[in-house]
Design a binder for this molecule. Structure first.
Ligand code: FCB
Length: 444
């Protein structure tokens, strides 16, 4: 018998995560689809197009996920499909998602459902998107509708995916729709997305009274927080230190703090700060969703402010692969007082050259954090299969499975990592043999 290096808690959830626009295909009614049509908007001129054709192939996709020992699956409901116009609900889309939930159930996968994963219906975008307060009311209505319609099939809800990433990419860097470059607007949008989370938290608890899995809890609600570490690139250079700390404060600390205290306090030097108290946000996490990928070295006065450590192993998108970071981020997320659910973690690695080892080391680090007292209830890998990686198009291949985008109707091909994660999930533990096989440093 090989020695167990780390064992995960009983009932730990294992699985993978996707989002509607990235996998379904044919999502023509949202702001991303429109954005993709602009020349130069997406790397390589890619468009989401048919994506993975998951809209048609969800059942076989879930069957394979089950085959990998998964017990939970994170997916998102596409608002623009369910409500293509204000107050107008599409019966076909609604029936589709009921089939999706029935399929998940058949395959023994607990759904974790994201209500906002970056995309907005065109009618929302055209009315001002998240810069406009009325969008909060429209989102409340959508959340209420979903809670009533799907509450009998869903207990685990993720209100908003990465409010900080959505706001900064779309309104500060301007690389996501609507393509603005205005830090003041970015802060305003981020505040609205945080408020939307708080309001959705209350609505879901009020409206979803049906306990789908019979564990005594009808609604378990959180959001997904992208939690990179920001470190000064030149630790002796004061401007780098200041910039790293400013970024960490607005991007990480302020977001977690808001969901605990209800106080939104967002500031960046040179921009009007946003300060407001939102009662619904107070203690609005039944779990904290952790999305973890990398740490950034921060450089001031530089054209590219975020760089990877020189000499570090990099994923296909140039992000540092730093397995110690997952456990570290989990400890930080747990400081909110809420149990942590890893809602995303992975790396773009088409050749699957780094993933088996990085995955195993990251999970060893997570295991150590758990042994040291951090409450973690599950791990969902990003992603089940390669998919449409936003501005990176089809270049960032994060899948446990390879997808042939020239013909997404062809079978997906499991990468070695799918089998590695399956072994860990089935054993609910990592043993020495597996660590040795992938060349993992067990000293984590
Ligand atoms: C996260 C997003 C997810 C995916 C991964 C790689 O920020 O939530 O949709 O693109 O990054």
């Amino acid at each position: 018998m090989s020695r167990i290096l780390t064992r995960f808690p009983k009932g730990f959830h294992w699985g993978s995560a996707t989002s509607a626009h990235q996998v379904e295909g044919g999502n023509r009614g949202n702001d991303w689809w429109r954005f993709e049509q602009q020349p130069g908007a997406i790397r390589g001129g890619a468009r989401s197009g048919d994506a993975c054709r998951h809209w048609e192939r969800f059942d076989e996709d879930f069957a394979r996920a089950r085959g990998y020992g998964h017990t939970m699956h994170r997916l998102s409901l596409e608002w623009s499909r369910i409500e293509p116009g204000h107050g107008r609900h599409d019966a076909v889309a609604i029936a589709h998602y009921h089939e999706v939930f029935a399929s998940l159930r058949r395959h023994g996968l607990t759904p974790l459902v994201t209500l906002h994963h970056f995309t907005n219906p065109l009618w929302i975008a055209d009315a001002g998107g998240w810069e406009t307060r009325s969008t909060l009311d429209r989102f409340d209505e959508f959340v209420r509708f979903c809670a009533r319609e799907f509450g009998g099939e869903v207990d685990w809800w993720c209100t908003v995916n990465e409010p900080e990433v959505g706001a900064f990419r779309a309104y500060s860097e301007g690389v996501w729709p609507p393509g603005r470059r205005d830090d003041g607007r970015a802060l305003g949008v981020m505040a609205n997305l945080l408020e939307a989370h708080g309001r959705a938290y209350r609505i879901l608890h009020d409206e979803d009274r049906a306990d789908a899995d019979g564990d005594g809890r009808a609604a378990v609600v959180g959001f997904a927080k992208h939690l990179p570490q920001f470190v000064p690139d030149r630790p002796w250079f004061i401007p780098d230190i200041v910039r790293a700390s400013v970024e960490d404060r607005v991007f990480n600390t302020a977001v977690l703090h808001a969901a605990v205290t209800g106080d939104i306090a967002l500031s960046i030097p040179g921009v009007t700060a946003v300060n407001r108290h939102v009662p619904e946000l107070e203690r609005s996490l039944d779990y904290v969703g952790l999305n973890y990928y990398t740490r950034w070295r921060v450089r001031s006065f530089a054209r590219v402010p975020h760089v990877a450590r020189r000499g570090a192993p990099l994923n296909d998108l140039g992000w540092e692969v730093w397995p110690t970071g997952l456990g570290e981020a989990a400890r930080r997320a747990a400081a909110t007082g809420a149990p942590v659910l890893v809602t995303e973690h992975g790396l773009a690695d088409a050749a699957d050259a780094l993933r088996p080892r990085a995955l195993t080391e990251s999970l060893l680090g997570l295991g150590r954090a758990i042994e040291a007292g951090t409450r973690v209830v599950g791990y969902l890998h990003w992603s089940l299969m390669d998919n449409f990686e936003w501005s990176e198009g089809y270049e960032g291949r994060f899948g446990l499975e390879h997808v042939d985008f020239a013909d997404p109707a062809r079978p997906r091909t499991p990468r070695r990592s799918a089998g590695i994660l399956a072994r860990i999930a089935r054993a609910n533990a990592i043993d020495e043999d597996l660590a040795r096989e992938v060349g993992a440093d067990a000293g984590f």
